[in-house]
Design a protein around this ligand. Structure first.
Ligand SMILES: [Zn+2]
Length: 405
């Protein structure tokens, strides 16, 4: 112990001497101020929680219902109040006919010597529990919430909202920051995906502040119909991919669809209590090793570029996240960024790896009546806040964000 203290003291002396000598030579170079840090500092836990709480007033926000449409209106009103210019994507959604192959049971596949593979790739390990989507209203003990969630989805027109921060010098290029606002399972979809929706809304608030400028543009997208198969994000890609980078009207300096530089999805941000315990129950508190999982898809056309983007976010986490570290994985799957993964660098941020961990039962609230605001405590909410700090820090760097002088 003593020798360590001695070495530390000796180092301090050397460092102190160096600084002193530099000052004598006419001044050490001033440390440049980090323009991003003051922006990250504008995030806080209570605001993030309030945004999640606000979303839960619309119950599960199931697509194709009045409660979903009311949530889209409410999100748009919030974005407008931040000064972020909103627009909507419109599309039709029809429930696909039942798939007879699925009904016959995929479990009948012949036994294989290969180890089991999770959705998106990767091997599930350790203790696993069954996952499912709850469809039984009676499992929701709160009668008011049960009534709110009762009207069923009806096929027909759908809308989703996005808003854009326009860059000053490169308005023709943008990063897309997204989450899905629809949910199901007879709860409040608080974590899946109120937690990601609130994160995107909070970033829209910070970047839209009148004293913030960015070189490049940023689009904040709240997808609808994720739970039916990422249909809202699919409609966006289908309708808008071809518009990328086109000035319209010509000579106006306006780009209705700036060129996509990256897509960053946020889906289930709060709950990292580890794998199920041997008796199938879970730890009661956030595990001490909790982290933000940044995933790209190794089997996509943009795998290398997406991996590079993932590491930029990892570095930003180390610099800006206050509590929880991040890890990078290669099996991004089952969320809206999948619609972008072959055309633009794409990553997702989550509480756990989607395929090998969430798919193995690491989140017992997933698509269940228990996915309500009161299930989570501040250790859980703080994981989502750390993901917000990570994305805000990375996107601010990538777009040249800073406070106006
Ligand atoms: Zn989700």
């Amino acid at each position: 112990m003593r020798s360590t203290a001695f070495v530390t003291a000796a180092c301090l002396v050397v460092l102190g001497f160096g600084a002193h000598a530099a000052a004598q030579r006419g001044g050490a170079a001033p440390v440049p101020e980090d323009p991003v840090k003051p922006l990250v500092d504008r995030l806080d836990l209570e605001r993030y929680k309030a945004a999640i709480k606000g979303l839960t007033q619309f119950g599960d926000r199931r697509q194709g219902t009045d409660r979903n449409r009311a949530a889209v209106d409410w999100i748009e009103a919030q974005l407008k109040s931040y000064g972020c210019a909103t627009e909507r994507v419109k599309y039709e959604y029809r429930t696909p006919p039942p798939n007879p192959a699925a009904a016959a049971g995929r479990g009948a596949a012949p036994a294989s010597a290969a180890p089991p593979t999770s959705a998106g790739g990767g091997r599930p390990r350790g203790i696993r529990t069954r996952t499912s989507v709850n469809t039984d209203p009676n499992l929701q003990p709160d009668a008011t919430l049960r009534a709110l969630n009762t009207p069923p989805a009806v096929d027909g027109p759908r809308e989703e909202v996005y808003c854009t921060k326009v860059g000053t010098t490169r308005p023709d290029e943008m990063y897309i920051v997204g989450a899905h606002m629809d949910g199901h399972g007879w709860g409040e979809a608080a974590n899946d995906d109120g937690s990601g929706t609130a994160l995107v809304m909070e970033l829209a608030r910070v970047f839209s502040s009148p004293d913030v400028v960015t070189d490049r543009s940023i689009r904040f997208a709240l997808w609808n119909n994720e739970e039916t198969g990422t249909n809202g994000a699919g409609a966006y890609v289908q309708q808008r991919a071809e518009l990328q980078g086109k000035e319209n009207p010509p000579g106006s300096g306006r780009y209705p669809e700036p060129k996509w530089l990256g897509m960053i999805q946020h889906d289930m941000m709060l709950f990292d209590h580890g794998m199920p315990l041997p008796d199938g129950t879970m730890r009661k508190e956030q595990r001490l090793e909790a982290d933000v999982n940044i995933e790209f898809q190794v089997n996509s056309k943009m795998a290398l570029q997406s991996q590079t983007l993932a590491w930029v976010f990892h570095v930003a986490n180390e610099k800006y996240a206050t509590d929880y570290p991040a890890s990078v994985g290669s099996h991004m799957t089952n969320t809206d960024s999948g619609r972008f993964q072959d055309v633009v660098p794409s990553i997702s941020l989550r509480e756990n790896q989607r395929g090998t961990e969430i798919g193995s039962g690491w989140d017992p609230q997933w698509h269940q009546p228990t996915d309500v605001f009161t299930t989570y405590n501040d250790l859980d909410f703080r994981l989502g806040l750390n993901a917000a700090q990570t994305t805000l820090g990375a996107v601010a760097q990538l777009t040249g964000a800073r406070l106006k002088k």
